[in-house]
Design a protein around this ligand. Structure first.
Ligand code: LLP
Length: 393
């Protein structure tokens, strides 16, 4: 991407998000092929990135939408995703959001508690509309990832406790406006250890049998998302190994006849196509350190500050790269956590040099804030026909 981008940089004010839509298209083709040959259904998790250009690209591949707010459902409908492909998850769905989802006859509510099921049941009855229910079960499987993005353990706020499932079934049976469509799981994010998904399959199978033994046929099994990406090698490993991932579910899930398997993938679809482009404002020498102070901060990409997340940082240059030096790459925000990387080796930097903070397509732009009254972050795209295309969103 370097040369084209560097030429365009003269016209564009930093910082901004840069998305390679060609890579996104390639990634989506791989996902589609690997999923379709197994008859798996993929819903893209809107929370990972709801930039319109990305959403339109993803929609073209026919994926559904996994939403966690009324606004995300509204966005999915505006983008043109069929309501019959929209799922709605989240522990705190409000009445307004539930009513909106009911009126739009979405595919499923992923229900996270008895209390929520009661409210959905009451609202559905009042509106005389059917609510399709998938019970989100907390399977107590350790995702072996950062504790802030682990969701499937007993201690997490997500999902229904196994001991409460029977009550949920009774509630559904007593309300003709509730339809038990299936079960839902999501154990965490940025999962790279494939055995974790194997363990998830074992739990899902136990639950599938449990329902069957009680005479309940489940139409859908939703195993959530969570597949990780290679933040260390965004070029050599630009597309995650979807084939291995789906093959695990194909091999270990005991799917009953006519049962559908659904996925909610976010990060693995969009992370590698995005970079945060920033320029060096000052190079400041400390007593023991050299700081490269850039014009992007935790306000544009909060992952390093919030989860100590690693993002590869590269100097963008058309020249042969000079001798390297050690830098802390930091932002302008008045917080010590506003640091993108500590003690990393980069070619010598000076004021005006451009850096790319890689693998920032997921949970980057969407988690941006206006803290310190920063400008809203902009995004630019590389597509086949247009080398660099600016757009608002
Ligand atoms: N389904 C549910 C119910 C979820 O909670 C999530 C993500 C997904 C699907 C999509 O997971 P993915 O395939 O993207 O791993 N902001 C954090 C990640 C939070 C993930 C929240 N849930 C980060 O920057 O790492």
């Amino acid at each position: 991407m370097n040369n084209e981008l560097i030429k365009a940089l003269k016209e564009i004010e930093t910082p901004f998000y840069f998305y390679d839509i060609n890579l996104l298209n390639e990634t989506l083709s791989v996902v589609k092929e690997a999923a379709e040959k197994r008859n798996f259904h993929v819903h893209y998790a809107y929370k990972a990135n709801y930039n319109d250009v990305l959403l339109q690209t993803i929609k073209k591949f026919g994926f559904g939408a996994d939403c966690v707010s009324g606004n995300e459902i509204k966005k999915a409908i505006e983008i043109g995703v069929a309501a019959s492909k929209i799922t709605f998850a989240g522990v705190g769905k409000t009445e307004k959001e539930i009513i909106f989802a009911l009126n739009n006859e979405i595919f499923a509510f992923n229900v996270e508690s008895i209390e929520e099921l009661i409210v959905i049941g009451e609202l559905a009855a009042k509106l005389q509309l059917k609510a399709n229910i998938a019970l989100r079960i907390n399977p107590n499987v350790d995702a072996q990832t950062h504790h802030y993005i682990t969701t499937g353990l007993d201690e997490n706020k997500f999902g229904i406790l196994p001991s409460n499932i029977q009550t949920c079934i009774s509630l559904v049976k007593s309300n003709p406006f509730l339809e038990l469509q299936g079960i839902h799981f999501h154990i965490g994010s940025q999962i790279l250890e494939m055995n974790v998904f194997k363990s998830l399959c074992v739990k899902v199978n136990e639950w599938n049998t449990w329902f069957e033994e009680r005479g309940i046929y489940l139409k859908t099994i939703n195993v959530g998302g969570g597949l990780g990406v290679d933040y260390k090698n965004p070029d050599t490993n630009a597309i995650t190994d979807f084939e291995t991932y789906f093959a695990i579910f194909e091999k270990f899930l005991e799917v009953r006849p006519n049962q559908e398997v659904h996925f909610e993938l976010g990060r693995s679809l969009v992370a590698q196509c995005g970079s945060l482009i920033t320029s060096v404002q000052y190079v400041k020498s400390g007593i023991k350190k050299r700081f490269a102070i850039v014009d992007a901060g935790m306000t544009e990409l909060i992952r390093p500050a919030l989860y100590q997340a690693y993002h590869k940082i590269e100097k963008l240059s058309t020249q042969a790269l000079s001798t390297s030096m050690m830098y802390d790459v930091v932002g302008p925000i008045c917080e010590s956590s506003d640091t993108f990387a500590k003690e990393i080796e980069l070619p010598e930097l000076s004021r005006g040099d451009y850096l790319a903070i890689r693998s920032a397509g997921a949970y980057g732009e969407v988690m941006a804030s206006r803290y310190n009254l920063r400008d809203a972050i902009k995004s630019y795209f590389k597509m086949d026909s247009t080398p660099i295309l600016a757009t608002g969103w």
